[in-house]
Design a protein around this ligand. Structure first.
Ligand code: UDP
Length: 476
């Protein structure tokens, strides 16, 4: 009888396949969504490339224990068709991995869809994969949801490309053209200069050309619904534009906060670090005064030249503020000696580490500002904690995110396209001394709105309820 009951229960319980782009920011946010859905008692299959999964297991004890907490949650892996030795990794060359998965991944996905029990009723696919599973979904009667892990403003900028071409506002005509104002992007008229457009508008060195991105973005039109990791109060003028094209749009972010709020705890998180976490920084932070430290991190992919490291280091030293700086292994190619030297000279006021538990760091009372590359996850994590930012964007949506941080939300300063010790020093002082109150006030206001959005009857909370309802309805 018990088995009968279980069978009946399984019948009403959807099976969701979730497939993120194999890179840190994407895996982080899609795993948060996966856990939120697992808390709703759904069957979850989370698909990683072998390369990513090996790193997840290596650097996060919590991954192995996951199936104990959520018996209906499983990880599956797919090869990415690159040799271990010559692997492009998950940084600048991620375009190569997306390409190889797009070219060779379909048979693996088909096998999975055919063999999974209970039957997969819904796929949540990272939108960067474009039409990878569109045909399979319709062949097997599976509902397809696209998830874009970038900001809504960036997603919208990609959708605006045909309009911008038509009005002759792009392509950008060289370096002298960078400060020209973009006028024909609805919802963000006169906000952007050419230099604030997503990086792929200016160059094509990552095997992710603008053409390809635009085509992939438009393939989301063929999905049954779209999820964005943002919240109404943050990007509402943009979201109303996107809704004109995507009637079934679920904005359910900030997802990490949504999950913490649902679980009412921050201690038993499923971690998804792709690097070895160094927790020594937490004890160091404990001994620093209130809001006295600037946290410096450029995410999981930004490479740095040694000249840039030196400029930023001098800027931080000259600002006379304390700092906690993440420099990933191999981030500055072949410069271990230089880093050791800086670390040695930094000791009294600064700590340089390889990878930190960033959500915890940003929530620490000693943190007063964040010098960031403006990756979307980092931006949201900073918003939630009410930490003002200095933005030094590297690529993708980071250029437009940093513009919104400085000009629209007014919760920080934009340092894009500049790397100069004097500028760093001045900006640190503006954020932490001269204009401290002003930035803290707007950052705290945005933080409150983000908390409201994921609390009962907040917009992200309500949208998530609607999403659950929709996913449940996909079960035959
Ligand atoms: N992160 C972390 N420890 C670090 C640096 C970053 O846990 O030392 C996390 C950070 O919290 C964020 C993610 O890595 O969730 C980076 O994603 P983001 O979208 O900001 O940038 P990306 O790495 O994709 O460029």
């Amino acid at each position: 009888e018990k088995t009968m009951e279980r069978k009946a229960e399984e019948k009403t319980c959807p099976h969701v396949l979730i497939f993120p782009c194999p890179a840190q920011g994407h895996v982080n946010s899609m795993l948060k969504l996966a856990e939120l859905l697992a808390l709703q008692n759904m069957n979850i299959t989370f698909l990683n490339t072998e390369y990513i999964h090996n790193r997840l297991i290596r650097f996060n004890d919590s991954i192995q224990a996951l199936s104990l907490t959520y018996p209906k949650f499983q990880f599956k892996t797919i090869p990415d068709f690159h040799d271990e030795e010559k692997h492009p990794g998950f940084g600048e060359k991620i375009g190569d991995v997306i390409m190889s998965l797009s070219l060779n991944g379909k048979p693996y996905l088909r096998d999975m869809i055919v063999s999974e029990v209970p039957k997969i009723s819904c796929i949540i696919l990272d939108g960067v994969f474009g039409d990878l599973v569109t045909d399979l979904a319709s062949e097997f009667g599976i509902q397809l949801i696209h998830f874009r892990t970038i900001s809504a403003c960036c997603f919208w900028a990609y959708l605006c490309v045909p309009k911008l071409l038509e009005s002759n506002e792009i392509p950008i005509r060289g370096d002298e053209d960078m400060d020209r104002i973009i006028r024909n992007a609805p919802g963000m008229e006169n906000v952007l200069r050419c230099r604030d457009l997503p990086s792929f508008f200016r160059e094509n060195k990552h095997n992710l050309s603008l053409d390809k991105l635009v085509v992939r973005t438009q393939q989301s039109f063929k999905a049954n619904a779209l999820i964005l990791n943002t919240f109404e109060d943050l990007e509402s003028p943009i979201l109303s534009q996107i809704r004109l094209h995507f009637p079934k749009l679920y904005t359910i972010g900030p997802l990490h906060h949504h999950l913490n709020n649902t679980k009412k705890t921050t201690t038993t998180l499923i971690n998804s670090n792709l690097f070895q976490v160094d927790r020594t920084c937490m004890t160091w932070l404990d001994s620093q005064p209130l809001k006295s430290v600037i946290y410096v991190s450029f995410g999981s992919t930004t490479p740095m030249k040694s000249e840039e490291v030196i400029e930023i280091w001098h800027g931080l030293m000259n600002s006379e503020k304390r700092f906690l700086w993440v420099i990933r292994p191999n981030m500055v190619q072949g410069k271990e000696v230089l880093l050791k030297e800086l670390e040695e000279k930094t000791k009294e006021r600064g700590l340089i580490v390889g990878w930190v538990p960033q959500e915890e760091v940003l929530a620490h009372k000693a943190i007063g500002a964040f010098l960031t590359h403006s990756g979307w996850n980092s931006t949201l994590e900073s918003v939630v904690c009410g930490v003002p930012m200095i933005c030094w964007p590297f690529f993708a949506d980071q250029q437009i995110n940093s513009r919104f941080v400085s000009e629209v939300w007014k919760i920080g300063l934009d340092m894009k396209d500049v790397c100069d010790r004097k500028v760093v020093e001045n900006m640190v002082n503006d954020l932490m001394v001269n204009r401290k109150e002003e930035f803290l006030k707007s950052a705290m206001e945005m933080s409150k709105l983000s908390c409201k959005s994921v609390s009962p009857s907040g917009s992200s909370y309500d949208n998530f309820q609607a999403l659950i309802w929709y996913i449940r309805s996909t079960n035959p």
